[in-house]
Write a protein that binds this ligand. Structure first.
Ligand SMILES: Cc1cc2nc3c(=O)[nH]c(=O)nc-3n(C[C@H](O)[C@H](O)[C@H](O)COP(=O)(O)OP(=O)(O)OC[C@H]3O[C@@H](n4cnc5c(N)ncnc54)[C@H](O)[C@@H]3O)c2cc1C
Length: 427
């Protein structure tokens, strides 16, 4: 039996391990902390194939400029990060065009084609219990003028078998979600999208892996690779080496650091986002909501509600800035009949971000058995099952039914810095 080593146990690593095991492979998954404990935990849990568009878009630079140095805005760039981040930012700004956006959106929709079916199958499997809601998503706006623009943008989804988003009047929006206030001018309803409580999904996958013979190693950091010719033969963890036939890097925002140890440079940065989960909330919500003018989102779960959003480029760190949590709550209050009260738990997580907004999925061209699936930005939960399924096809058959050309690593100028020889590289 061939053995796959998965490095990084966030939602992408767990889903990849799940599909590899389903194909009968021997699998080991390692995580430097607790699997599911980083960006895959406190996020909003939207499973939203219609929203598979990349972050870089035409007009984004203009709107970002007014936000980016304000700490409580939807996008904040820490001034001291500019020198180290500028190569990434220059590439990102290059992708802020209509052409790149449409190409990226099409690629994202293609990758997400099977998303809803795969979530149905996971639920029907019966051996995984997780919280999933089929309520669609409701976008709401204080300024009505955004509605037509958004509707036009999302009309492409019909080509991928998804129902067209529908415009909703103020009256209709208030009927769908009575928690909204009179300030809301109207909205858009996307009927087939869903949301999950992400912590329940990662836990269900982890439990399934353990009971199906996968070795799940927590607090086990990949610290270097052992390379023989054009292959990796092992990954170093402290004084030990784990050997395997295939190696998958699913380390999210840390994927750049991990791959550097194999001599590869990829443009990956962290886009920090925040959420606050309010248990036993004073308001019951019917719907997940996207507060469109301010890019804040609300996800109702059993017994709690989560408010989240913001994008902070400040490097790899999980420092929690309370001002951003306060800003999420005050923004949400503008759209609601009353502010939400209850027991609050603040969180932040690092979205793995590439400059073109698409994940990197595929085999590393210069090494025969090293694969990567990282960089899912805002869509890691949504794209996890399709990515995991694709990864298991790539490892087992060397190909996938989905066109992976837009996700190739070598779309960025990657460098291989050492030659084919047996060597150990430490992280
Ligand atoms: C506020 C917010 C809201 C969001 N809402 C949504 C949403 O509604 N829907 C959606 O689809 N997405 C959403 N996202 C994005 C989603 O959370 C991410 O895309 C996703 O969690 C990324 O998963 P991952 O497995 O790539 O990374 P992670 O979950 O960060 O996992 C990477 C793992 O790799 C491990 N690791 C790192 N280095 C090493 C090493 N050297 N050795 C071993 N292990 C290592 C880490 O410990 C970590 O557990 C949101 C994100 C934020 C911040």
């Amino acid at each position: 039996m061939t053995k796959s080593i998965v490095i990084g146990g966030g939602i992408i690593g767990l889903a990849s391990a799940f599909f590899l095991r389903k194909k009968g492979m021997d699998v080991v998954i390692i995580d430097k902390g607790e699997p599911g404990g980083e960006c895959s935990s406190g996020n909003m849990g939207w499973v939203c194939p219609s929203l598979s568009d990349p972050i870089p878009a035409a007009g984004l630079i203009k709107s970002s400029l007014k936000w980016m140095l304000k700490r409580d805005s939807p996008l904040y760039i820490k001034p001291s990060i500019f020198p180290s981040l500028s190569p990434w930012l220059i590439q990102f700004w290059k992708y802020c065009s209509e052409d790149a956006y449409q190409k990226g959106y099409t690629a994202g929709l293609e990758l997400s084609r099977n998303t809803l079916r795969l979530f149905d199958e996971l639920e029907q499997d019966g051996s995984l219990e997780f919280e999933m809601h089929r309520k669609g998503l409701l976008f709401v706006f204080l300024d009505k003028s955004y509605i037509d623009e958004k509707l036009d943008n999302y009309s492409i989804v019909e080509r991928f078998g998804l129902p067209a988003p529908a415009a909703k009047s103020k009256k209709e929006v208030l009927e769908i979600e009575p928690a909204l206030s009179d300030a809301v001018a109207g909205g858009i309803y996307l009927p087939s999208e869903r949301h999950v409580r992400p912590e329940t999904l990662t836990k269900a996958l982890k439990d399934w892996l353990i009971s199906n013979g996968v070795e799940v190693l927590s607090h086990t950091e990949a610290m270097g690779f052992i390379q023989e010719g054009d292959k990796i033969s092992g990954v170093k963890i402290r004084e030990k080496t784990i050997e395997g036939d295939h190696f998958l890097v699913t380390a999210g925002a840390w994927a750049g650091l991990v791959l550097r140890q194999a001599g590869l440079h990829i443009p990956m940065t962290a886009g920090k986002g925040y959420s606050v989960t309010i248990s036993n909330p004073s308001i019951q919500f019917q719907q997940p909501l996207y507060l469109g003018d301010s890019r804040v989102t609300i996800s109702p779960f059993h017994d709690s509600v989560r408010i989240g959003g913001t994008m902070e480029l400040s490097g790899l760190n999980t420092n929690l800035d309370q001002r951003r949590i306060d800003s999420l709550k005050s923004t949400a209050a503008q759209y609601l009949r009353a502010s939400v009260r209850g027991d609050e738990q603040a969180w932040c997580g690092m979205r793995p971000m590439t400059p073109d907004g698409l994940p990197i999925i595929g085999k590393v061209p210069s090494l025969n058995n090293l694969f990567i699936a990282s960089g899912h930005a805002m869509s890691g939960i949504s794209m996890a099952l399709s990515t995991g399924s694709v990864m298991s096809d790539l490892v087992s058959k060397g190909k996938s039914d989905i066109d992976l050309a837009p996700f190739r690593l070598d779309r960025f100028s990657s460098k291989k810095t050492h030659e084919n020889q047996k060597k150990t590289v430490n992280m």
